[in-house]
Ligand binder design. Structure first.
Ligand code: MN
Length: 241
């Protein structure tokens, strides 16, 4: 029997006005996975890594900043926002303990989690640390593209979305150093890393933009989710029938 690939989707948290912790996940992540043929399974903060056995793919979603101590830095000050150490440890454990061939898509914070998990480092604040004329934190609506990303022509990502892709941008941090087994495969003109992918043939792709908010109208965003869910389907049929 064929079933939809199960895609684990990580959730974030916030504290509401009553002081209760609430889990939070934008609907657009779930609809993008569903529209691509996947079955989303929400993974709350605190999920243990044995849940990986249930998954055909893992989607690491956007959110607050990773504690800089996770990559050997001290917090540079007020530039670091909304740190949730338990979310950090949950997601870092998931990606580290995932089978190397489990398809993974990391979005925004997710590409940063993938990098940090394998020994990479981050730019804590693009404006402060680098300076650029490109607005990586756009004020335009989330479904609006505001800057382009140039892909490495020989990358898997370029084969999915093309060599040059207009994207949206809602980040103030970025990957600084890309660890093995990844390579950078997409950049803005200011040199900021906007995408990376595994070099071992597995579908492990990270993007700094938010394709879930561009789908379903944007062909590049739709193709990325379809490729991810297709990889998850292939993984699932090989791993557990
Ligand atoms: Mn950007």
């Amino acid at each position: 029997m064929t079933t939809a690939p199960v895609i684990g989707v990580t959730a974030g948290r916030l504290v509401d006005e009553a002081g209760r912790v609430q889990h939070r996940l934008a609907e657009t992540y779930l609809s993008a996975v569903r529209d691509a043929g996947g079955h989303p399974l929400v993974l709350p903060v605190g999920s243990r890594s044995d849940v990986l056995r249930l998954l055909d793919g893992l989607l690491l979603t956007g959110g607050g900043d990773i504690d800089p101590r996770a990559y050997g830095d001290e917090p540079a000050g007020t530039e670091v926002e909304s740190v949730d150490p338990e979310r950090d440890s949950t997601e870092l454990a998931l990606i580290r303990q995932a089978p190397p061939d489990l398809p993974v898509l990391g979005i925004c914070r997710g590409i940063q989690v993938m990098a940090v998990a394998f020994g990479g480092t981050l730019i804590q604040d693009i404006t402060q640390d680098v300076g650029t004329p490109i607005r990586h934190r756009q004020s335009a609506p989330r479904h609006t593209v505001t800057h382009v990303v140039d892909m490495h022509p020989a990358s898997r990502l370029a084969s999915i979305v093309g060599w040059r892709l207009p994207v949206n941008s809602f980040h103030h941090q970025a990957v600084r150093t890309v660890p093995s087994p990844f390579r950078a495969c997409g950049w803005t003109a200011d040199g900021i890393i906007e995408a990376m992918e595994a070099t071992d043939g597995s579908f492990r792709v990270g993007v700094q933009w938010h394709p879930e908010d561009l789908a379903p109208a944007d062909p590049g965003a739709v193709r990325l989710f379809r490729a991810f869910v297709a990889a998850a389907g292939a993984y699932g049929s090989g791993a557990h029938g």
